[in-house]
Design a protein around this ligand. Structure first.
Ligand code: AHG
Ligand code: MN
Ligand code: MN
Length: 335
């Protein structure tokens, strides 16, 4: 029975039976993410009020400055998942290596590992523009009750059992999939409850928005340059509109609702692109496919790429199916 004001908590319980493995562990895990999301949301909303903006002074493994809220969000998600003893391992964009949880405890029967980008679009924080959190969940492949190993994290994206994001925007939303479509929940901040506001989200097959950082244009592969020119051409339903927030979560969210394509290609300065396969591209690709969209590196399906390291980067083409396919056509001609 569908009711208009269904909460995320109710939805999780009702849909537990549709998971492949129904021990309730995955439901508890998603509940923990829901809790951490609320805590981080509270802090993100306060960012303009308290002295939490600015760089913490640390540099992460990828040589980028960490902002204070990155550190805060990272700590909160790790703390919540660790305290509730709900996963056996966590990998985060902000950590050099993966974290093994209760690895010495033979009674730890937890089966899932979580990979997170705790704060995505962090350069937007101090200018009051939307940021997000991205998460990706796999079943471990090593035996339960033993310490997790790197191979538990380096699984193909097609092995994900759940993935989602939180967008801290004009309203805060949690959007996720467990492989049965994509659903979006909006937070009512007055009472701290997420409500099912966007059931069965789908990318329109075609769209009129392209999202790419055109400041890097001269360094792009010829195929991407040609595709951008195609988007700008005065023909049929074109020119398309250019929209780029610089926060993957927000750009993806808008494109899923309105129809569009997001591209972060490789460039002559950066041969692998910028986005991380495990923390950003795989979860967004799983969501995209579950929402009838498409995600590739310009040639290959993202979910089919076998990762070889935690912080691996890949070019990313993602969004409305026909738009991604058109961009791929340009890439094949001029890679
Ligand atoms: P993060 O804040 O987690 O480092 O991710 C930022 C990512 C992504 O969200 C965004 O789309 C992209 O980097 C923006 O990069 P450019 O500034 O190079 O366009
Ligand atoms: Mn990110
Ligand atoms: Mn980040």
């Amino acid at each position: 029975m569908s009711r208009k004001n269904k909460t995320l908590g109710e939805y999780i319980i009702e849909n537990q039976a549709s998971f492949k493995y129904t021990s309730g562990e995955l439901s508890r895990l998603i509940n923990s993410i829901r809790l951490a999301a609320k805590v981080v949301n509270h802090e993100v909303n306060k960012a303009g009020l308290v002295d939490i903006i600015g760089t913490a002074g640390d540099t992460n493994i990828q040589g980028e400055d960490q902002q204070k809220l990155d550190v805060y969000a990272n700590d909160k998600f790790i703390q919540t998942l660790t305290n509730r003893n709900i996963v056996c391992g966590i990998a985060s964009e902000e950590e050099d290596d993966f974290i093994s949880i209760n690895s010495q405890d033979e009674n730890n029967q937890n089966k899932y590992v979580v990979l997170i980008d705790p704060l995505d679009g962090s350069s937007n924080i101090d200018v009051n523009v939307s940021v997000g959190t991205i998460f990706s969940i796999y079943r471990r492949i090593t035996p339960v009750g033993t310490p997790v190993k790197i191979e538990d994290f380096l699984q193909k994206g097609s092995e994900q059992v759940a993935a989602g994001y939180i967008v801290y925007g004009t309203s805060t939303m949690l959007v996720y999939t467990t492989g049965h479509g994509v659903n979006g929940f909006t937070l009512n901040p007055a009472i701290g409850t997420f409500y099912l506001s966007h059931p069965n989200m789908e990318f329109p097959k075609n769209g009129r928005i392209y999202s790419v950082n055109e400041g890097n244009y001269t360094h792009f592969p010829q195929g991407v340059k040609n595709y951008i020119k195609y988007c700008q051409m005065e023909e049929e339903d074109r020119p398309y509109t250019s929209r780029y927030i610089g926060s993957l979560v927000s750009d993806f969210h808008r494109n899923m609702i309105k129809g569009g394509v997001y591209i972060y290609p490789k460039s002559s300065k950066n041969s692998t692109g910028k986005l991380r396969l495990l923390y950003e591209c795989n979860p967004m690709a799983f969501l995209a496919e579950q929402a009838q969209g498409k995600a590739s590196d310009g040639f290959t399906r993202i979910l089919d790429i076998k990762p070889n390291e935690l912080h691996q980067r890949v070019p990313f083409f993602c969004g409305s199916k026909n738009m991604v396919e058109k961009a791929e056509e340009f890439m094949r001609k001029n890679p």
